[in-house]
Design a protein around this ligand. Sequence first.
Ligand code: ADP
Ligand code: MG
Ligand code: MG
Length: 211
Amino acid sequence: DSRLTVDDLIAWLVRFDDEIVEQAGFLTELDSAIGDADHGTNMARGTAAVRVRLTETPSGDAGAVLKSVGMALVSTVGGASGSLYGTLFLEMAKSVGTASELDTAVFADAFRAGVAGVVARGRAEPGDKTMIDALQPSVEALSAAASDGVPLAESLQSAAAAAAAGRDATIPLVARKGRASYLGDRSADHLDPGATSAAILVQALADSHAE
Ligand code: ADP
Ligand code: MG
Ligand code: MG
């Protein structure tokens, strides 16, 4: 299918919750190395709340769905990542407005707006060893696919692959934002937890759409 429907967005976020539940222990382990050992529990609390909100209340248009995701994340995830993931979805919501179906280009623009919101709020640049290191290359891959006319499913797979590559590239980096930055050079040689959850987010979309 060449468009994301409201049901597709819901399927994405339900799958994200499934993946976060499965990987919460791993995310917390990553955060125990360079942070405060709570990223998995923070995210799992948030995605559980998102799932309840999306599956137990009537959905509305794409903007309304993305907005309720953002609000649920802001109010439940906590930590640095809560307001950042919340912003990602709230800005995506504003970008899509009242659309009920999103084609690749519209979704790519929304994703770009969401990530720009995260950058504006957290002031992290690529290379600072944060979720931006997964999100920004993913946005670029998705936009490139959209402008090349690549079909949606394939575009989402390339966005997911770029996020995964960006995640892996955080390993040697020294953190310049967030708690990990308190460690200075000792933050190097570790995968960033937020970049890891961000890669899970994009992979969940690609996988949910492939089915
Ligand atoms: P906390 O550090 O408050 O415990 P989490 O553990 O839930 O919050 O999330 C940590 C993750 O948040 C980091 O791995 C990093 O990817 C991300 N992060 C932290 N600060 C920023 C920032 N300023 N911009 C972007 N991402 C950030
Ligand atoms: Mg933490
Ligand atoms: Mg914390």
